[in-house]
Unconditional design. Structure first.
Length: 140
């Protein structure tokens, strides 16, 4: 998960009211917090492609992303930041959300399947999209 020292945990306490606000507006506006694995290129591309397929498909959530910097590939980092909302504050929101694991105030998403059936994880989102993900790779 997220490595944090005491200073980061202290900062995360100040983000707890924002988590409560997100929870209060959740019946009207759905927000999910996402952690993208950016240390290895395979994980980074898979998570970004799965997120893009959900975005094309028309998910009803507003996803906010965070990934460790420096990433494994700076060009892919630029492309992901161009398409998705990536913020460093999400790190502290995720830490604050994990302070009380039983509450889980805001839903979090892990795009990577931990099991052996990775193929099933990839086939579902790709098959539901029209196959047009070319704007992810185009320059603005």
């Amino acid at each position: 998960m997220i490595e944090a020292n005491q200073f980061h945990k202290l900062l995360a306490i100040f983000f707890f009211p924002l988590l409560l606000f997100i929870r209060l507006i959740s019946p009207f506006y759905k927000i999910r917090l996402n952690l993208m694995m950016s240390e290895r290129i395979g994980h980074f591309t898979e998570a970004s492609c799965l997120s893009l397929c959900e975005k094309i498909q028309g998910e009803k959530y507003k996803d906010i992303y965070w990934f460790n910097t420096p990433t494994c590939n700076t060009q892919l980092e630029k492309m992901v930041k161009r398409v998705f909302f990536v913020s460093g504050c999400v790190r502290y929101l995720l830490l604050a959300n994990n302070f009380f694991p039983s509450l889980k105030l805001v839903p979090t998403v892990n795009k990577l399947n931990k099991g052996n059936d990775r193929r099933a994880t990839l086939e579902i989102p790709y098959s539901k999209t029209k196959g047009n993900i070319s704007y992810f790779f185009c320059t603005p």
